[in-house]
Design a binder for this molecule. Structure first.
Ligand SMILES: [Zn+2]
Ligand SMILES: [Zn+2]
Length: 339
């Protein structure tokens, strides 16, 4: 089968090549991939990548074969899968239910072969049925939605009436903003001038404010239109250092800051100011857990968020490099590849 393989840690080593089709072992299912979304981590890289590996972790498809002992999932089912396909089950994080933090965790498309291929094999326990109202393309966006749910509901525990600032209007930022808004928070989504296409798209979602920080002074805006004390929660989804500093500046005392974008560099912070004087809470949010997926699917069923609007480009797998380029240049919101 055709698959997009990253051969070494170097992003230049990505090649589309012919590989052997995977076989489902005990408790595993084989899925024909119908749609697979390109994530920023596919394009920019993550430290947990263990090459050579088939990339791609946001996907949906149809079950074509099931291994021994598989009972719940049937051939022909429309499905997607959680990305954590292995966790040890023994460590303190696994015992507390934080499978995403297990030191032995393996994710598809980074630790084990992923979905930029004609077929993928995943454990039955990580498979979720696609709700009938979702297309395969939309099914490929369930993974970032589950990440947003983990950040907003499980990490930040955003409450009704809180003021939330989301920095970075990429797919994750838009989804985080929507999940926070659906909790009854007041939400500002901010981007930069080169995010123009993304900000325009974001205007079509029910958010309170969508702003370009290159034309609006964010600090003045927050102070005059939102709250003179600052916002309660910041989600930094852009992975840009200036956004980190600006987000911290705009938090009220005792505010909560969550890093979701990958920075690829160190942040230098004045702890005396941020932690001691202002009692800020700094944390992050890494991928998602089973509970995040269950909540994400339940939310979609209830609110029918137009996931389709996030998908700006659908390309054949052969055109992967065009898709990667569109993702890198921020011209796209979500690019979906079809093997
Ligand atoms: Zn992703
Ligand atoms: Zn573990």
């Amino acid at each position: 089968m055709k698959a997009l393989v990253q051969r070494t840690k170097d992003k230049q080593s990505i090649v589309l090549e012919e590989v052997r089709e995977p076989l489902p072992g005990r408790g595993e299912v084989k899925v024909k991939v119908m749609a697979a979304g390109i994530c920023g981590t596919d394009v920019h890289g993550i430290s947990s990548l263990r090459p050579p590996v088939i990339l791609g972790h946001e996907f949906s498809g149809v079950v074509v074969e099931v291994g021994e002992g598989v009972e719940r999932v049937k051939i022909g089912d429309r499905v997607t899968s959680e990305t954590t396909v292995f966790h040890c089950g023994q460590c303190v994080y696994c015992r507390e239910g934080h499978f995403n933090l297990c030191p032995y965790r393996k994710g598809i498309g980074s630790g084990v072969d992923g979905a930029f291929a004609e077929y993928i094999v995943v454990p039955e326990v990580t498979v979720h049925g696609l709700p009938s109202f979702l297309s395969f393309e939309e099914g490929a966006v369930l993974e970032p939605l589950a990440c947003a749910v983990h950040a907003v509901l499980e990490q930040a525990r955003v409450e009704k009436g809180e003021r939330v600032l989301v920095l970075g209007p990429g797919p994750l930022g838009i989804l985080v903003a929507w999940v926070a808004r659906s909790q009854g928070a007041q939400v500002i989504l901010a981007g930069k001038a080169d995010d123009r296409e993304r900000l325009e798209k974001a205007q079509t979602y029910p958010l309170d404010f969508v702003l370009d920080v290159d034309s609006v002074n964010l600090q003045e805006f927050v102070e005059s239109r939102v709250d003179p004390y600052g916002v309660d929660v910041v989600f930094e989804c852009s992975g840009a250092l200036p956004a980190v500093y600006s987000g911290l500046q705009l938090l009220r005392k005792r505010g909560r800051f969550f890093q979701l974008g990958i920075l690829h560099r160190e942040v230098s912070l004045d702890f005396d100011e941020y932690l001691f004087s202002r009692e800020l809470i700094l944390s992050g949010s890494r991928t998602q857990k089973k509970s995040s997926w269950e909540k994400a699917i339940a939310m979609l069923t209830e609110h029918r968020f137009p996931l389709q609007n996030l998908i700006t480009h659908v390309l054949p797998l052969e055109n992967w490099s065009e898709g990667f380029m569109l993702t890198r240049t921020k011209e796209a919101i979500k690019v979906v590849l079809k093997p």
